[in-house]
Design a protein. Sequence first.
Length: 415
Amino acid sequence: MTTPARRVSRADHRSGTAKIARVRTIAQDAMSGARWWTLIDLESTLRSDTEFWRDLWAPCLAIAARKVGLPDARRHLEEAIDEGFHQLDQFEPELGRAFGADPDWDEVVERARANVPGPPLRITDWPEPAPAAPLELDRVEPHREESLRRRLPRPASGAWITARMMTDWVAGLWRHANVRINAGDSLDILEQVALGARYSCVEFSAVLAQGLNALRIPARRVYLRRGDYHDGVGKGHVVAEAWIDDLDSWVVLDGQHGAYWVDEEARPLGLPELQAREAPARPVAAGQRGGIKEPGMWFAYFSHASVTGATWAPKGFVPTFQRRFVLETDRLLRDSAAAYPRLSDMAVAVATVDAAPAIRISPCHPYATGGAMDGKERNEATWPLSLTGGEHRAELATRTPYGLLTPRELRWVAS
């Protein structure tokens, strides 16, 4: 319950605030109207306006006093400079006209300029995501995602082991057949498979990509094409690719074969890396099923590619597939890099926490659940910045259901 004393205190505060506001208006009008004595008569009240006394009212009173010829006109200006005033330019040309002829005016100007303090805090380095095309993932409709999730294996603690497990699981759902389902998503595919249907690489990849997204691993389908895909048959293959939090990279996953590709150091590879290779990479079975038996033949499909939402063609794009089909794409790019955002990246915003500067991260990862600064996690991903004098650095990281992603460095200097 509010006490009478508190009610009086609040009323006094409101009254005082209103009085200051009225006096400020009168003083501003007096200054702009050259009513110098009106301004001078307000000195005692203006001194109580501690927010503006040093930087506004003291210089104004100095100008007013010189205008009416008072002998100690500069005392208010000297007082303000002693207290840290430095905004002389805000009062030009009036200050120069009033005091510019004083023999020591240049010295006064230098004293005021020396008052400019360093900023209390300067952010010197921060993470920033590279430019990228909009990320389009291959997902079922939101209202169907929970039904799909119930049909999938339970995710493991890490994204990479979960992705391998899913790739192996999908490869064992049915035996490949060159049959396409005319409509529907992975739930429809799974229901038809349960009735004995068999489908092509397109459906394997749909179940894999949409299933990974249901488990909060960003994934999409990849449409691969051999070098002369505009003519003939059998010129395309469809796989999936996923952003793997643990690896800080995109990785190609072949649902039909239950496999992925690695380099000479056994590092799982993404599509741009596979396309850049001169020699075929080595395929690795994701689990106990499947595997790629003829690496050279299947590697040839990496000559050209599209992903969900984008196609790139550095030397020009041929929109005809096997003489009969138009290759549609939502976005035509010259460089694959624009289609491959690093999802551990983040944008940084400046926010306020307890009236002090703070940092808030905006993760690029579509399934981010929060963030961490130097390992201290927060769901809202906002942290105050230390104002202790000196240089500071911190590591910012996005949190997902599979843990913290690769950190990014933030630096700032406080004075």
